[in-house]
Design a protein around this ligand. Structure first.
Ligand SMILES: [Zn+2]
Length: 385
């Protein structure tokens, strides 16, 4: 592909993503709304609206009369025109959600996973769970793929689970490839916390600046949204926030170091001292704020949500008082807007985002290639042009 063709492909994807973002955040919109919100030309917006209407992603929802002259067509997003399935693979459970094009969770289930489950056991559970959700053939035809939010460390770019903490059978497992073969659907694999922060970013829209999602669920992790995109790091291993040391002489952690945030927090929860556990987490969050200067901190994870208010209050207090001149630096501290579904929903949203979000801006990145499946559930590699 020549550079010019790649630029055109990129621009098309970019313009389309801008219009869809307006459609997700506004109940209805018209051409002039999109022009004002995006800065695109009226001609460019018309082209994108025509293409999205033809694909069934948006539809006319009436007209608005402005006195004399041609009435303006009002459009709306068609949420059930596309779906994605998201999975949150935890150490003991598999949560599956169905998410529509608007990012709304339409269905959510949790099933237990066998203790110390193997890759084969996870694939079996995914097959059964996804088979149940997609029993309706009309829905399967609108399914864009499956997102897996998994325990790390993992290699997102190559779809490999490197060495999932606390699971013995997971060393360099090519999970994305295995799942695509079993499910016959495109699969996107990412760290649980990165999937979670993507869900929050999609739901908040352009107001979501530099942010972190802190997850406490059989361990502590952090997902980062920096400069308007998920931050995965040089080896896609960013997020091991629980393994930053807060006590030099502290207890030995599963990672082998002494006094990691995760093990110090664990000791407090084992002693039944939830306020202290929350305070430990809050110290970690302040360390993070001092390093990254974040605008939003989102708290998530089953273990945290069981004592949501204690944790939220402790983090809120720490960011107001532990940082010098916190008055002009204080970020917002909120609980996840999606509760226990946030990781699975984010994994599904990552699939939708690959197809309908802002294309990859990485300098020198190849033109965006997406995999789409046909009506039979098979898929083929196609360029987003
Ligand atoms: Zn550690």
């Amino acid at each position: 592909m020549t550079r010019t063709t790649a630029d055109v492909t990129f621009l098309r994807g970019y313009n389309q993503a801008q219009v869809l973002a307006v459609g997700r955040t506004a109940r209805t919109f018209e051409r002039s709304t999109v022009v004002a919100a995006t800065g695109l030309t009226p001609q460019a917006v018309s082209k994108v609206i025509a293409r999205l209407s033809a694909d069934g992603l948006i539809r006319p929802a009436g007209v608005r009369r402005l006195g004399i002259g041609k009435p303006a067509v009002v459009y709306e997003l068609v949420p059930d025109s596309r779906y994605a399935i998201g999975a949150h693979v935890a150490r003991r459970t598999l949560r599956l959600v169905l998410v529509d094009l608007a990012g709304a969770v339409r269905h959510s289930t949790v099933r237990p996973l066998p203790a110390d489950f193997t890759p084969e056991q996870l694939l079996d559970a995914l097959c059964v769970g996804i088979g149940t959700i997609t029993a309706d053939p009309a829905l399967r035809n609108r399914l864009t793929g499956v997102g897996l939010g998994m325990i790390g460390p993992l290699d997102h770019a190559n779809g490999l689970v490197r060495d999932a903490h606390g699971l013995r059978h997971w060393h360099d497992v090519p999970l994305r490839e295995l799942a695509e073969a079993r499910l016959r659907l495109p699969v996107h694999l990412d760290k649980d916390v990165t999937a979670g922060v993507t869900a929050e970013a999609w739901r908040h829209g352009a107001t979501f600046g530099d942010a972190a999602l802190i997850m406490v669920e059989s361990g502590i992790g952090g997902g980062f949204w920096l400069g308007g995109a998920a931050h995965r790091g040089a080896h896609t291993n960013a997020g091991e926030f629980g393994h930053t040391v807060v006590d030099l002489d502290g207890p030995v952690c599963v990672c082998g170091r002494h006094g990691c945030l995760e093990v110090v927090h664990l000791r407090a929860t084992e002693a039944g001292d939830v306020p202290r556990a929350a305070r430990v987490l809050a110290i970690g969050v302040v360390n993070l704020l001092q390093t990254l200067d974040l605008a939003h901190v989102v708290l998530a994870g089953a273990d945290l949500l069981r004592h949501a208010e204690v944790y939220r209050a402790a983090v809120e207090l720490a960011v107001r008082t532990d940082v010098r001149r916190a008055d002009w630096l204080a970020p917002t501290v909120t609980l996840s807007s999606l509760g226990a579904d946030v990781i699975a929903a984010g994994a599904a949203i990552q699939v939708l985002d690959q197809l309908y979000g802002i294309p990859d801006l990485t300098p020198g990145a190849p033109p965006t290639t997406v995999r789409q499946h046909g009506p039979t559930g098979d898929y083929r590699g196609v360029s987003s042009a």
